[in-house]
Design a protein around this ligand. Structure first.
Ligand SMILES: Cc1cc2nc3c(=O)[nH]c(=O)nc-3n(C[C@H](O)[C@H](O)[C@H](O)COP(=O)(O)OP(=O)(O)OC[C@H]3O[C@@H](n4cnc5c(N)ncnc54)[C@H](O)[C@@H]3O)c2cc1C
Length: 407
């Protein structure tokens, strides 16, 4: 007999588990989560602290297996999705079993990308997405003297920070000519660069990896710039892949991720998507977008659950992200595109920190902050309340002016 479940959730990350928890609060319906992961829910956000021995492995976990039992959530681990039949409302698993659903949530997140020129079999190449990756990185760090890290985004910078703190000689390779081009201006990027160089990092801008050499372990990395870096550890921060084969045959609409409306619905009335995999309609930015963000995934899990249980709720969230690279804090809020009609107003200076305000249609739509973390809160408030501003108001560019008064 095939299983029949009221609310079937694919993926047991923060989006899927939050959806299950919310659904349980709402009703006694049957709930199942199918996930490839062998673990109960853990925090990817805490993984860098685990790498640095700031917390023990068990502190990375948010739930234990008992929690799922107590909540009567059928938690099916180490199981992959093979196919979704939308017309039959049925999910086929790789182990040959099938589950029928009334409502389905797809929250399968993403898999760390492994760029093409890298050899799969060489020891010492590390992705950073799961707790098992973190276990391997910890072991890799113990044996490493020279590391190369690929990618200047969040994961690349976390790997660099951890490697340097472990006393490993480290080089960072970035495809771009600066950090976060198109969002940060050059002086703001230079602030991050200066801090990292002071900590002993070598940075190669405008290059990619051409070849990795070694017999069984990595020994040398050749860059497209012609430079050669000796290395026994290669950390890869090349983004995530969210589209998986099981989506291809399903007929569910995909773009960069699973395309949804503002209710996180896929267009099939009983199928929803949430978290990193969802390319949702952002009501504020009036466009589809996909975020790789913990709080976004958590909030989408909640919203999807309400919609699955028949309580219509739009997803209205202002994305925000913060990272600290040694002494430099970087924060991004809302819509940080320099599209037509956007005026970018700068507050502060490299010495006191720089906030860039992205203004359009008489409102702050987004902001990028370097070393001005205290402005995160007021700017979030201004964006949320759609506070009216004039781009030529001198207060906006006066770093001493308190933005709280504009909320
Ligand atoms: C090291 C690290 C640090 C981070 N730090 C931050 C931070 O400081 N702040 C922040 O906002 N964000 C951070 N993030 C990003 C954040 O963790 C993600 O945005 C968030 O975890 C996404 O949650 P999710 O539930 O959508 O997906 P995921 O966490 O990826 O969960 C997806 C689940 O689906 C399962 N799955 C995938 N494919 C299948 C399949 N085919 N069959 C069955 N199951 C499947 C997976 O096993 C997994 O359990 C960090 C990420 C990493 C890796």
């Amino acid at each position: 007999m095939e299983k029949r479940i009221d609310h079937l959730i694919l993926g047991g990350g923060i989006a899927g588990v939050t959806a299950a928890e919310t659904l349980r609060e709402l009703s006694g319906a049957t709930i199942a989560i199918v996930t490839e992961d062998p673990n109960p829910l853990y925090s990817r956000v805490r993984l860098p602290d685990y790498l640095l021995d700031k917390i023990p492995r068990e502190k990375v976990f948010i739930k234990d297996f008992k929690w799922y039992q107590e909540k009567e959530i059928d938690y099916i681990t180490e199981t992959s999705i093979k196919e979704i039949s939308v017309s039959e409302k049925r999910v086929l698993l790789e182990n040959g079993k099938a589950i029928h659903f009334k409502k389905l949530l797809i929250s399968t997140g993403g898999i760390a990308r492994f760029p093409e020129p890298l050899p799969k079999r060489l020891e010492g190449i590390h992705l950073f997405r799961t707790i098992e990756d973190a276990d391997r990185i910890r072991e890799g760090f113990k044996k490493s003297k020279r590391a190369v890290v690929l990618g200047g985004g969040y994961i690349g910078l976390e790997l660099v920070r951890c490697a340097i703190q472990k006393g490993i000689d480290c080089s960072l390779v970035l495809m771009d000519r600066q950090f976060w081009p198109g969002i940060l201006d050059e002086p703001s990027s230079k602030l991050i660069e200066k801090e990292l160089i002071e900590k002993g990092l070598r940075i190669v801008f405008g290059a990619q990896i051409k070849e990795v050499k070694g017999k069984t372990r990595i020994e040398e990395v050749l860059l497209t710039s012609g430079k050669k870096c000796e290395a026994d550890f290669l950390g890869v921060g090349a983004g995530i892949q969210t589209l998986q084969p099981f989506l291809e045959s399903s007929g569910i609409k995909t773009g960069k991720g699973i395309v949804t409306d503002e209710f996180l619905n896929t267009g099939h009335p009983d199928i929803f998507a949430a978290g990193d995999v969802a390319e949702f309609f952002d009501l504020r930015q009036k466009r589809h977008q996909q975020l790789g963000n913990w709080v976004n995934a958590q909030e989408q899990g909640k919203t999807a659950a309400l919609n699955m249980s028949g309580e219509p709720k739009v997803f209205d969230f202002i994305s925000n992200y913060a990272i600290r690279v040694f002494g430099v804090s970087v924060g991004f809020i809302g819509d940080i595109r320099r599209i037509e009609g956007t005026q970018v107003i700068q507050r502060g200076s490299p010495r006191e920190g720089v906030s860039q305000l992205f203004i359009r249609e008489g409102e702050v739509k987004g902001a990028a902050l370097v070393n001005r973390p205290h402005e995160m809160r007021p700017l979030l408030g201004m964006i949320k309340n759609r506070a009216k501003v004039h781009a030529d108001d001198p207060n906006l560019s006066d770093s001493a002016f308190d933005l709280e008064t504009l909320i």
